[in-house]
Design a protein around this ligand. Sequence first.
Ligand SMILES: C[S@@+](CC[C@H](N)C(=O)[O-])C[C@H]1O[C@@H](n2cnc3c(N)ncnc32)[C@H](O)[C@@H]1O
Length: 251
Amino acid sequence: MSLASLHRTPPILRALLAQGLAFVGLVVLARLGLRFPPAVWMVLQAVGAALLSRLLGLDTPWVLLQAALPCLARALWGMPIPPWVYLILFTVLALVFGGGLLTRVPLYHASRDAWVKLEALLPEAAGLRFVDLGCGFGGPVAHLAQMRPDGHFTGIEASPLTWLVAWLRCLPLPNATIRLGSLWRTDLAPFGVVYAFLSPVPMPALWTKVQQELPPGSRFISHSFEVPGQTPHQTVPVAGREGARLLVWFL
Ligand SMILES: C[S@@+](CC[C@H](N)C(=O)[O-])C[C@H]1O[C@@H](n2cnc3c(N)ncnc32)[C@H](O)[C@@H]1O
């Protein structure tokens, strides 16, 4: 697997890989007979994981988190933390990210630049209906609903805690609705613009759904992920991960 293809894997997997490789490096050093105080091993793990994270294309918040994790683990080591704390932490993480593990669509976000460029791709006529399939924390829906009070903006989200964050974020916006559920059970026919930022996995099935349900004159916008064999009518580069862009099809 090349470095470029590794860059396209979900950030959480790259983060785990970076920590794992850094740890293997420490094992090699120990096998070579090097002996350090525990704090030095911790710093080596933190620096190694941060450098490898950067090499694997993770952005700055991830790199900082990667450097902090070994320090956190060392600080918590031996502390009398009751097991239920770990259970709650695991449950929260599963509720936010678990849907992504099942659907192979992880949680990551379009940049603010993508929101602005998305806005420019909306039809100008009033009464527009827009849906974000897999809306995450609701950034694009909230932004567009504020910028286009003449339209209605819907987000569909499968992970319960992620949905809750998006729902709370859009609660003050009268022209935004956030629904908990699967994009596959959402009828696309009422929408003039369908937007999705998912992964390569669902794109062929999503294209079939778009073709079956979207009326002529509507548009489908995919953030970064191509539809195999379907050339987009417009491509707009956006800030974010390498190669981030909006792919637009006019139906
Ligand atoms: C990459 S995030 C995109 C977030 C947001 N749309 C954006 O552009 O910033 C993809 C989201 O889709 C959600 N998701 C994955 N499969 C889904 C499904 N079948 N139905 C609804 N949401 C889904 C994930 O939980 C995740 O929050």
